[in-house]
Ligand binder design. Structure first.
Ligand code: NAD
Ligand code: TYD
Length: 368
């Protein structure tokens, strides 16, 4: 990633902020984060790389030129508050920032919310992606080395039975409004490549976890409920399997695919860490018992609740293409990554407490 100019959409979200932190800390790239700051956008997640959550959050398109003028080898991060569905703003962002690449992560990302209200998922994930593709296409005609990298999910492949893995050749079969909207966006990206020649890469990754994860998702929800002494809701029997990847390992894979991946190719990202949901929750409880002991075990808080409608049974990634062709290897396994994650939440109440108090405090979503 030598000296590139990168747009990161959704850079105030969980994975986009992990990628942005790595790009700023470990490369000499300049980064323009584009984020609408929905309920899931947390500018504080970029504080350690110089974003000022008070000063910078209202930086709209009218401020972009003056912001970009201040970028230099020390200050390499700019922030644009904008909706990816806004064609004029996206065109202007490309023309003014003149990117070498875009990492497109902005999306509505929570399956349960997609069950309660699919509209925003259709708008952002499908229309937003098409809007960015149009902006990118115009820009690529002036800058032929430009690459559009689309970040997607393994959920587009649907569900596995007890055995087998998702490969890049697995047919798409999404079940939730979220996964169907992501599948649509993947198809749009491939269509812009096949029809117009736009250089692209697509990655489909398994479930991520780690620091700065919005507490609506299973792992941070369980950690915060443990701290609150609240029930730990396990859907159905807790037998559904997810393949968990530490978020920084995903971010490193994205940089590698951007640099070394081939035009038009898809890469599945996952580190062979399949766990049932019940195993995940029990593991967190045992770590909490060790790090924050109480009179009774956190295991006693586990509560089985009504299942999610259309709940996919099992996801598991075959990452051999990414590992074999590009040499990617995850640094964390589930045991090391989950311990780091629990410890991070214990040490970083400043980040999650305002979210927990003002935006989302653990109520059940997505019952259908
Ligand atoms: P997130 O919900 O934490 O963050 C999404 C970000 O996008 C937020 O900052 C939000 O403000 C922004 N955003 C939403 N709508 C927008 C719009 N219309 N315009 C501009 N910004 C907008 O999501 P995440 O978990 O970081 O996921 C990032 C991407 O990775 C998504 O595309 C998701 O589908 C994909 N993905 C996620 C996982 C996972 O386990 N979380 C796994 C594989 C792939
Ligand atoms: P989630 O973190 O929402 O990710 P995804 O739906 O994208 O896989 O959920 C992970 C798994 O945990 C999924 O099988 C649903 C389950 N789950 C629970 O059992 N309880 C909960 O409170 C939540 C949010 C999820």
């Amino acid at each position: 990633m030598k000296n590139k100019r990168c747009i990161v959409t959704g850079g105030c979200g969980f994975i986009g902020s992990a990628l942005t932190r790595l790009l700023i800390k470990e490369t000499d790239c300049q980064v323009l984060v584009i984020d609408k700051l929905t309920y899931a956008g947390v500018p504080e997640s970029l504080k350690e790389v110089g974003l000022d959550p008070e000063r910078d959050v209202d930086n709209d398109i009218s401020t972009l030129n003056s912001q970009l003028a201040t970028l230099n080898s020390e200050k390499r991060l700019a922030f644009l508050r904008a909706d990816i569905c806004d064609q004029e703003a996206m065109d202007k962002a490309f023309a003014e920032f003149r990117p070498d690449t875009i990492f497109h992560l902005a999306a509505e990302s929570h399956v349960d919310r997609s069950i309660d209200g699919p509209g925003e998922f259709i708008r952002t994930n499908i229309t937003g992606t098409a809007t960015l593709l149009q902006a990118a296409l115009k820009w690529w005609k002036q800058h032929p080395s430009f690459v559009f990298q689309h970040i997607s999910t393994d959920e587009v492949y649907g569900t596995l039975g007890e055995t087998g893995y998702f490969t890049e050749k697995t047919p798409y079969s999404p079940h939730s409004p979220y996964s169907a909207s992501k599948a649509s966006s993947d198809h749009l990206v491939r269509a812009w490549h096949d029809t117009y020649g736009l250089p692209i890469r697509i990655t489909n990754c398994s479930n991520n976890y780690g620091p700065y994860h919005f507490p609506e998702k299973l792992i941070p929800l369980v950690i915060l409920n443990c701290l609150d002494g609240k029930p730990l809701p396990v859907y159905g029997k807790g037998a559904n399997v997810r393949d968990w990847l530490f978020v920084e390992d995903h971010a490193r894979a994205l940089m590698l695919v951007n640099e070394k991946g081939a035009d038009g190719e898809t890469y599945n990202v996952g580190g062979h860490n399949e766990r049932t949901n019940l195993e995940v929750v029990e593991t967190i409880c045992r770590i909490m018992d060790e790090l924050r002991p109480k009179a009774t075990s956190y295991l006693d808080l586990i509560t089985f609740v009504t299942d999610r409608p259309g709940h996919d049974l099992r996801y598991a990634i075959d990452p051999s293409k990414l590992m074999g062709e590009l040499g990617w290897k995850p640094r964390e396994n589930f045991e090391s990554g989950i311990r780091r994650t629990v410890q991070w939440y214990l040490d970083n109440e400043w980040w999650w407490k305002p979210i927990h108090e003002q935006r989302y405090s653990g109520q059940r979503l997505g019952k259908g």
